[in-house]
Design a protein around this ligand. Structure first.
Ligand code: IMP
Ligand code: MG
Length: 176
């Protein structure tokens, strides 16, 4: 932790774990009996995805999509594809993302993956910050927590690549 950064816990590790248990029950019910391609959006969703897949009971394969969202504490809407997923045509797909903020990234993900013709395409975001939404018709199918309009770190989310390792979600320097 840098001496100058002020970290304040917003969602505890135990609250995250309890919510993940609930989400897994909902998602298990939707995908029961299917073979599912899990797509983790790097890097922010890595911890969320790895904790969720251990709670899910259907057959799955895990793939990774990496984007660069030109973001420090606000999004420019410009997105670059760094690593693509394999073939998902005709497959049941569930995407794990860290946070939906302006919605530009989720819109890009949905358009990019829909063009590959999956049989089903669902999205699950750990966090939703609806106050900052710029793309009105974009919303994740499953949401862990709706948060107030603050910049957050921890549990996979970063500030200039730091703080991803925190086991809880926190505001940094008072937020946005
Ligand atoms: P959007 O395109 O504005 O919805 O932003 C989505 C991406 O920006 C996320 O996948 C995160 O990588 C990053 N991001 C947005 N808000 C935050 C935040 O509060 N903390 C850390 N990263 C964020
Ligand atoms: Mg991200």
């Amino acid at each position: 932790m840098q001496a100058c950064d002020k970290i304040n816990e917003m969602i505890s590790a135990s609250a995250i774990n309890a919510r993940l248990d609930e989400l897994a029950i909902e998602i298990d019910a939707e995908f029961a009996g299917q073979n599912v391609i899990i797509i983790c959006v790097l890097r922010g969703a890595m911890m969320f995805m790895s904790d969720m897949v251990r709670r899910l009971n259907f057959s799955m394969e895990i793939d990774f999509l990496q984007l660069k969202s030109y973001y420090s504490t606000s999004s420019s809407g410009e997105i670059e594809l760094i690593k693509d997923v394999g073939d998902i045509a005709g497959k049941h797909v569930l995407v794990f993302e860290d946070i939906v903020d302006t919605g530009h990234t989720l819109q890009f993900i949905l358009q990019h993956l829909a063009a590959k013709n999956p049989a089903r395409l669902k999205t699950c975001a750990l966090l939703n910050n609806p106050a900052r939404r710029q793309i009105a018709d974009v919303a994740p199918d499953y949401i862990g927590f709706v948060i107030p309009n603050k910049f957050v770190v921890g549990y996979g989310l970063d500030y200039n690549e730091k703080y991803r390792n925190l086991s809880y979600i926190a505001t940094i320097n008072g937020g946005k």
